[in-house]
Design a protein around this ligand. Structure first.
Ligand SMILES: NC(=O)c1ccc[n+]([C@@H]2O[C@H](COP(=O)([O-])OP(=O)(O)OC[C@H]3O[C@@H](n4cnc5c(N)ncnc54)[C@H](O)[C@@H]3O)[C@@H](O)[C@H]2O)c1
Length: 319
């Protein structure tokens, strides 16, 4: 297949690109390198430096290249920046996505994969509703969560009006090799950087806030499964709403992350506890039974194993 990965120079997108190329696909990447890194790009990927807000160039590119599949990872994904600059967040995450959707329809793209956030769209989740299923109420408490969910609505609309085949993956907090500091699981890479430099880590609040930490290799496998899965290719009675949580189904605390790293690095520097951050969600983790049911996907890498792999990468690559 001829595949376009937006944000393919970023942390998760670059791993997805690698996997598609391993599978023998022809892969194109567009990325404006705002947080991405050219050195993460696979040599066999065709890289085009482009901003998804640049509508004219996006439309032209799609008409020339006629992609079969669009895997849309590019985003403004810094939750704190989204709070400070909600208009910028909406420009990239909503309007940029709309540019891609319009271009997909005009150029005959066969499938569109959109990356949403299981950590941001549900908002605060009641204890009795944890882990949250895809049908949980959507109550985002950040502009980033809102912008991700808005695009989910557009996808439904584009399917109804233009028969676009799509799948949404709502990731938990993704961590792993090439991870940056600002992502939803940024705490891990920040802790690793601090601890490798023999500096104490700062924990905001009690450290008992729970998140669904999912290893990037597991997330990549989910992308490969859904690239070949057509949720609309079923009798009406078996219609599958094409939104899937991709996480572990378990909540892990910031204190647990710290303890795993402390053991792996045999560090004896205690963390510094600071006041909780305003508006931070206390508990969010997601049920992934739907992905298991429809495309037999489950997370495979344990938190300790994944952190060990991530740590190894940082040890080799942190200059
Ligand atoms: N990291 C997580 O824990 C997590 C969790 C849930 C969802 N997601 C989603 O996964 C996707 C990838 O996130 P990531 O963690 O790899 O982040 P990342 O910042 O490493 O990747 C995003 C990529 O998009 C590019 N980009 C940003 N704005 C762009 C624009 N206007 N035009 C073109 N390219 C642009 C960046 O340069 C970067 O390469 C995002 O959509 C994010 O919202 C991430």
């Amino acid at each position: 297949m001829k595949i376009l990965v937006t944000g393919g120079a970023g942390f998760i997108g670059s791993h997805v690109v690698d996997a598609y190329i391993r599978e023998g696909h022809q892969v194109y990447v567009i990325d404006n390198l705002s947080t991405g890194d050219k050195t993460y790009l696979h040599k066999k990927a065709c890289f085009i430096e482009m901003d998804i807000r640049d509508n004219k160039n996006i439309q032209d590119l799609f008409m020339v290249e006629k992609f079969d599949l669009v895997n849309h990872h590019a985003a403004q994904m810094d939750v704190r920046l989204a709070v400070e600059e909600p208009v910028f967040d909406a420009e990239v995450n909503i309007l940029g996505s709309l540019n891609l959707l319009q271009a997909s329809i005009a150029s005959g793209v066969k499938k569109f994969i959109f990356i949403s956030s299981g950590g941001a769209v549900y908002g605060e989740i009641d204890d009795k509703e944890l882990p949250a299923e895809e049908i949980h109420a959507i109550n985002p408490i950040s502009p980033y969560g809102v912008s991700k969910h808005v695009v989910e609505h557009y996808l439904y609309l584009y399917h109804q009006v233009y028969s676009l085949n799509y799948t949404v993956l709502r990731y938990g907090n993704v961590y792993g090799e090439r991870q940056g500091k600002t992502g939803e699981a940024g705490v891990l890479s920040i802790f690793i950087r601090q601890m490798l430099n023999h500096k104490p880590v700062r924990i905001f609040g009690s450290g008992e806030q729970l998140r669904d930490y999912i290893y990037v290799g597991d997330v990549v496998r989910a992308n490969l499964f859904v690239s070949n899965f057509n949720p609309f290719d079923k009798p009406i009675s078996h219609f599958v709403d094409p939104i899937f949580n991709i996480g572990t189904g378990k909540g892990s605390s910031v204190n647990e992350i710290y303890l795993i790293l402390k053991n792996l690095l045999q560090s004896d520097l205690p963390p510094i506890y600071e006041p909780a951050r305003k508006g931070e969600i206390l508990k969010t983790y997601i049920d992934c039974g739907k992905a298991a049911k429809y495309f037999n996907w489950n997370s495979e890498v344990s938190l300790t194993e994944g952190i060990e792999k991530t740590l190894q990468w940082f040890k080799t690559n942190l200059s």
